[in-house]
Design a protein around this ligand. Structure first.
Ligand SMILES: *[C@@H]1O[C@H](CO)[C@@H](O)[C@H](O)[C@H]1NC(C)=O
Ligand SMILES: *[C@@H]1O[C@H](CO)[C@@H](O)[C@H](O)[C@H]1NC(C)=O
Ligand SMILES: *[C@@H]1O[C@H](CO)[C@@H](O)[C@H](O)[C@H]1NC(C)=O
Length: 195
């Protein structure tokens, strides 16, 4: 190999490593820290308010959704990166996310990918532990073209590198006046406000 080829490989490897280690930033430009509380909000106004728990079917578990209005309602979330050594949330890395609130439901407030609702063709984001298939509780944050604005995805390849997932990105789905979060459709750009 020529020196130039070696240099190009070295540069690409460095770039790949660097991209693997980028922190997700809140609206003040600080990295999202493990265990601290953040409100998630649509980055574009008139798309609903803060993220919250919604009761889609009047049964437990509760589902992940958005407030209808841009008032200071909703619940903060905390992030738990899969990589034990990470004390901040990084782009494209798996983490668990839970609402910091107690509910009347027995299930935890950890986000979980629900079953495909085949009548709509979308997987709603609900809550509770995913039992044996733990990867159903791991999400990722994906960069957009704009700094500080992100998408939330599900593709837990760090948790299960050999699995073949039908990955998805979360967007809003309005049903009976309730704004719910679901994969497999429109995509919602979001931002993170430190509580
Ligand atoms: C990743 O970033 C952290 C700071 O956020 C730094 O301390 C660490 O050395 C970086 N690791 C690599 C492999 O670049
Ligand atoms: C929940 O409600 C929606 C809409 O009302 C309905 O289509 C769906 O089948 C219900 N799901 C369950 C699990 O009851
Ligand atoms: C969900 O169900 C719809 C309708 O059957 C199907 O077209 C779609 O591929 C399914 N999505 C996933 C992720 O399995």
């Amino acid at each position: 190999m020529s020196m130039r080829v070696i240099l190009v490989f070295f540069f690409m490897a460095t770039l790949a490593l660097a991209q693997d280690n980028v922190s997700v930033l809140d609206t003040k430009g600080n990295p999202l820290k493990r265990g601290e509380e953040y409100y998630i909000k649509p980055a574009i106004t008139d798309n609903g308010g803060r993220f919250t728990l919604i009761n889609r079917n009047n049964t437990c578990p509760l589902d992940v959704g958005l407030e209808n209005t841009d008032l200071p309602d909703g619940y903060p979330v905390t992030f738990t990166p899969f990589a034990m050594e990470d004390d901040v949330v990084k782009i494209n890395r798996d983490f668990k996310v839970s609402f910091s609130v107690f509910t009347i439901c027995a299930q935890s407030t950890e986000w979980r990918v629900g079953q495909n609702d085949t009548s709509i063709g979308r997987r709603f984001i609900t809550t509770g532990q995913d039992g044996s298939r733990e990867w159903g509780n791991y999400f990722k944050i994906v960069e957009t073209q704009l700094e500080g604005i992100y998408n939330i995805g599900w593709c837990p390849t760090e948790v299960c590198p050999t699995c073949r997932f039908i990955c998805g990105t979360a967007g809003a789905f309005t049903e009976n006046g309730k704004i719910l979060l679901a994969l497999d459709g429109s995509v919602l750009p979001v931002e993170f406000h430190k509580k």
